[in-house]
Write a protein that binds this ligand. Structure first.
Ligand SMILES: [Zn+2]
Length: 299
């Protein structure tokens, strides 16, 4: 298929061999086209490219959508994280991220340069700004429809990393739910690594394929999706960053806030395949199968 491309392991670059360890209900490798509905995970059958276990420990696809097609699929996409849930839960979730890096943000006497890639609705940077206003923010967000909102936070909003002024370097780069979407991950990490000062940090959040949630739901786990060419666990992310000369500061489970009704609706649809609209009830915080990490670039 001309919209697909085979690739090696995104962490160690080895050829992916053996049998897949997570199989979809429908394998899109045999489809003539990846349609928007399929891409958004709205097909009746759970559709994703089969995942393989590389000998380095990484869980990855072997075939994925090529860049041209990806650009098309990502264009005019709305907030893709928890689209049915409400804004206050998004803020609560991001507040718990802030708690994890507060110490780091406070430890600096001079003005920090912070870059967020894939800033989405900008809620996380807004929280950081409220916490410490002595920060110079830069944002990279490929989705142009978010730019008007993001420009309220800083004038430095770009569509691509390449557009950031060459001499500008950062103390901290933030990437929430970004790395599991990027097919040529090593190139991407090298590119953002060049924008990081020596001794600078990368903070990120990704899905955890070794989480209890992933084990319970099996192939119905939401992070097994057409949008994820690979899914991490704490060991594979560590392997990746160590191979790029970063030192681990921490890896922690993160808490996501959901309305009980939203959770029940999704559990029922995933497990029993029926759609029920529950009232939203109240929000709860759960360690649902994501983890965050902070890595320091070696001097
Ligand atoms: Zn590998």
């Amino acid at each position: 298929m001309n919209h697909l491309k085979a690739h090696n392991c995104p962490a160690c670059q080895s050829k992916i061999e053996g049998d897949p360890v997570v199989m979809p209900e429908m394998d899109p490798s045999y489809e003539n086209n990846i349609r928007k509905k399929m891409w958004m995970g709205l097909s009746e059958k759970k559709t994703f490219f089969p995942y393989y276990r590389c000998s380095c420990g990484m869980l990855t696809t072997r075939i994925f959508i090529n860049e041209k097609k990806l650009k098309h699929l990502y264009s005019d996409m709305k907030d893709n994280v928890y689209k049915d849930d409400n804004a206050s839960n998004d803020i609560k979730t991001k507040k718990s991220y802030l708690l994890q890096i507060e110490k780091f943000l406070n430890n600096h006497k001079k003005k920090l340069n912070v870059l967020e890639v894939g800033a989405d609705n900008g809620n996380f940077l807004k929280l950081i700004k409220e916490f410490n206003n002595n920060i110079n923010f830069t944002i990279v967000e490929p989705n142009k429809s978010m730019h008007r909102k993001l420009k309220l936070l800083t004038k430095n909003v770009y569509k691509d990393i390449k557009q950031i002024p060459r001499t500008k370097k950062f103390d901290l780069i933030i990437a929430i739910h970004v790395f599991d979407h990027i097919p040529n991950l090593i190139d991407f990490l090298k590119k953002i690594g060049k924008k990081l000062k020596k001794g600078g940090y990368i903070y990120g959040v990704v899905h955890d394929e070794k989480s209890i949630m992933a084990k319970i739901l099996g192939k119905r786990w939401p992070a097994y999706s057409l949008q994820h060419p690979h899914v991490f666990n704490t060991n594979s992310i560590n392997y990746l960053f160590e191979s790029l000369n970063y030192d681990k500061n921490f890896i922690k489970k993160t808490i996501n806030f959901f309305n009980i009704g939203f959770l029940l609706k999704n559990l029922f649809s995933v497990i029993f395949k029926i759609k029920i609209n529950f009232p939203s009830f109240f929000p709860i915080g759960l360690k649902l199968g994501n983890f965050s990490f902070l890595y320091k670039k070696q001097n």
